[in-house]
Design a protein around this ligand. Structure first.
Ligand code: GDP
Ligand code: IMO
Ligand code: MG
Length: 432
């Protein structure tokens, strides 16, 4: 039953896109099941370089069926742009399907996102501004529109009218001068319906048939576990469940059918937006890593905050997800460092902590306890075998394995699909 989930173990941007593109070569289905176009997944493969926001990274495998599942908050305008860009690059999107249950991101969600951030100007979340929080808010309030609504033009206008009235009321009460316009939205969404209509359907029968015949199904996580609505650093989180369990729920896959979870971690930490980052480097070293690794968001272009690898939060995300193995990316970005640090524990008020405190203020006060390791000061790009890595890099990776208690199966040494060392398969073996 190869249902495999690939999930971010940190604060997003761990390099999931690259891993999913690689694993998708062996997948029959690749499914996005949560988040929306707040995600930015970079793929570099023989077809070119792509930053995908909604289309699953399996789209480069012409044999794979790509699905956007019920748990996603889908902005049809962004999806159409993305499909057009892919097609212009010669990538077929013919095997892309959209769940009629997926929530739709509407133009007023973007206005509400901005108004909410303006309202908390002294303490913003630092959202991507893609309307994701308000779209999920409407879902929970049970006033959202879903992709299936595009298939019913007769009732679409009435639904939009009610939703716009509600949204404009909220905008007014938040002091925003922006308003959504019913006619404009209806016209635009009728156009989206024409374009996307043929791709929209109930995906549940297809997914259950795929499970029944043991098809290989790859679940593409977006964001990262520390941005999860329940388990992340609330309120500095996203609107969806970014964990393995969240992915299963977002598609409608029974936990019993699940096989394996791969956690994607970067060799250091980055975070876009606000919230605790105890290992943050606010000095020249942080600046150096940001510039060398070009740590600027794929969705918003914002500079990412940079810090050392934090095994306290990483142990926590291993536990929350039950990861079987790690894909450790961007080792090559540390190639020139004379020494590298790993945060092994926190100190808080004289006490040693192995796991992060749930209370955010306490988390922000934690002092990292570091282990400093010698750097390797050698180019690792192009290395094919683990044994051929510099011994210092091997030691660094082995320390991470020991600190997290699970194996590092893949080591990323560059952005391209082929730039990695595969120590153990990421897909389960046929017998497993
Ligand atoms: P995602 O959101 O988790 O898919 O990650 P992003 O695409 O937002 O950011 C990861 C960045 O790292 C992208 O620019 C990738 O091309 C790049 N990348 C992924 N793995 C590696 C790696 O092992 N080495 C290097 N140098 N870059 C990588
Ligand atoms: P991928 O899939 C990194 C962050 C935002 C902000 C918080 C809430 O590329 O890893 P939102 O717009 O979701 O309401 O913003 O979540 N965030 C991400 N950070 N990678 C992402 O996705 C993110 N998606 C959301 O920066 O801090
Ligand atoms: Mg990203």
């Amino acid at each position: 039953m190869p249902v495999v989930a690939v999930v971010g173990g940190q604060w997003g941007d761990e390099g999931k896109g690259k891993i999913i593109d690689l694993m998708a070569q062996e997948a029959e289905f690749v499914i996005r099941s949560q988040g929306g176009d707040n995600a930015g997944h970079t793929v570099v493969n023989p077809l070119g370089e792509f930053a995908l926001h909604l289309v699953p990274c399996g789209v480069f495998n012409p044999e794979a069926v790509c699905i956007i599942a019920p748990g996603v908050a889908l902005n049809p305008a962004i999806l159409i742009e993305e499909i057009d860009r892919l097609q212009a690059s010669g990538v077929s999107t013919d095997r892309l399907l959209l769940s009629d249950r997926a929530q739709m991101v509407m133009p007023y969600h973007l206005l509400l996102d901005r108004a909410l951030e303006n309202q908390r100007a002294d303490d913003p979340i630092g959202t991507t501004g893609r309307g994701i929080g308000p779209a999920y808010g409407d879902k929970v309030a049970r006033v959202g529109l879903r992709m299936g609504d595009l298939l019913h033009p007769d009732t679409l206008e009435a639904k939009v009218r009610v939703a716009v009235q509600r949204a404009n009321g909220s905008l007014g009460s938040m002091g925003s001068s922006q308003r959504a316009d019913v006619e404009q939205i209806v016209k635009a969404y009728q156009g989206y319906a024409q374009r996307l209509g043929p791709m929209i359907r109930d995906i549940a029968p297809m997914v259950s048939q795929a499970i029944a015949r043991d098809a290989s199904i790859l679940l593409e996580g977006a964001q990262g576990t520390l941005l999860d609505l329940d388990h992340g650093n609330y309120p500095y989180v996203t609107g969806s469940s970014c964990t393995v369990a969240g992915l299963l729920q977002g598609v409608g896959i029974p936990p019993r059918a699940f096989s394996r979870a791969i956690g994607v971690y970067k060799a250091y930490s980055t975070r876009v937006g606000s919230g605790p980052l105890p290992t943050e480097l606010l000095d020249a070293t942080g600046e150096y890593i940001r510039e060398r690794a070009h740590e600027f968001g794929a969705t918003t272009g914002r500079a990412r905050r940079v810090g050392w690898f934090d095994s306290v939060v990483s142990r926590y995300t291993v536990a929350i997800n039950g990861f079987d193995a790690v894909a450790l990316t961007r080792i090559d970005m540390l190639d020139e460092m004379s020494s590298v640090k790993l945060c092994t524990a926190y100190e808080l008020d004289g006490e040693r902590l192995e796991l992060p405190p749930s209370n955010l203020d306490l988390h922000a006060r934690c002092q990292p306890i570091y282990e400093e390791l010698p750097g390797w000061r050698k180019n690792t790009r192009g290395t094919d075998r683990f044994e051929d890595l510099p011994k210092e890099a091997i030691h660094f990776i082995q320390r991470i394995e020991a600190l997290l208690g699970i194996p590092v199966n893949l080591i990323g040494l560059g952005p391209e699909r082929s730039e990695r060392i595969m120590r153990q398969p990421l897909w389960p073996l046929a017998s497993g």
